[in-house]
Design a protein around this ligand. Structure first.
Ligand code: ADP
Ligand code: MG
Length: 260
């Protein structure tokens, strides 16, 4: 079971959209995928049409309670794609976790308890902060997928993220790698975004995925229908890009397996 955390402490860069659509694309290839919604806002859960009533258990129960993955995961409408939803109480978890001695390893322990082999890939949708929730994700993960919005300050903030990764590596999780950086919300008509994408590639090199996710209104409409864009409109430019990104993710997985 490979665990990938989708992280960037900036909000609105495409973490949740990436989690939902890469997760859906991976499931379409036959992988059994578990999405773990670790953002108290619960956008990943809502975007997949998981109603409040269906959130009897949540990622809070994994982190603060002692529930097992099987108890908190629920199926989505997408075959092969399950989700551990997020609920409001997760917003208190950052504080409650402080009480635990193993506060940075709660999620790691929960994933390690799971011996059933029910899922091939776990994708964690992180909140927009570098607090204990994201740290739990980084400690539990084999690798990070970092969405980076094509905007002027794209690289700003990334150094803070990389410093955190370095700290997690040296203290808790030496094998943590960067699976890749995905450029999101690329706007062909805006020459600035071209410049940004060139700059990011010049600085970060091959860790940046070839696939660029375009700004595409279908991607932003889909969650209000409770569906992944890949199902809402599988032919739109955004869906095609996420299929291509998922292909690159699959190509990079074997490297992680060796480390795992
Ligand atoms: P994050 O999880 O990092 O906060 P989201 O994935 O929720 O970011 O994206 C923020 C907003 O932008 C959402 O309303 C989402 O629907 C929209 N969005 C995300 N990616 C795109 C895109 N490529 N094109 C257009 N809208 C997008
Ligand atoms: Mg989000």
């Amino acid at each position: 079971m490979i665990c990938i955390a989708i992280a960037n402490q900036k909000g609105g860069v495409g973490k949740t959209t990436t989690a939902i659509n890469v997760g859906t694309a991976l499931a379409a290839t036959g992988k059994r995928v578990l999405l773990l919604d670790l953002d108290p806002q619960g956008n990943c859960s809502t975007g997949l049409g998981i109603s409040r009533a269906d959130r009897e258990h949540s990622s809070y129960d994994l982190l603060v309670g002692d529930h097992d993955l099987e108890e908190v995961a629920v199926p989505t409408q997408v075959p092969g794609l399950d989700i551990v939803p997020a609920t409001q109480d997760l917003s208190g978890a950052e504080i409650e976790l402080i009480e635990f001695e193993a506060r940075t390893h709660r999620l790691d322990a929960a994933l390690a308890r799971h011996k059933g082999g029910r899922w091939d890939v776990v994708l964690i949708d992180c909140p927009p902060s570098l607090g204990l929730l994201t740290i739990n994700a980084m400690v539990a993960a084999h690798a990070l997928l970092v969405p980076l919005q094509c905007e002027f300050f794209a690289l700003e903030g990334l150094s803070q993220l990389l410093t955190t990764v370095e700290r997690i590596r040296s203290r808790f999780n030496p094998g943590l790698s960067i699976l890749g950086v995905a450029l999101t919300m690329y706007d062909r008509r805006n020459r600035l975004t071209d410049q940004v994408s060139d700059d990011v590639r010049a600085v970060l090199g091959r860790v940046v995925f070839d696939t660029v996710i375009p700004r595409n209104v279908r991607l932003s409409e889909a969650p209000s229908h409770g569906l992944p864009a890949l199902i809402y409109d599988h032919k739109c430019a955004g869906s095609e890009a996420y299929i291509a990104l998922a292909r690159e993710v699959i190509e990079r997985l074997p490297k992680l397996k060796k480390a795992a």
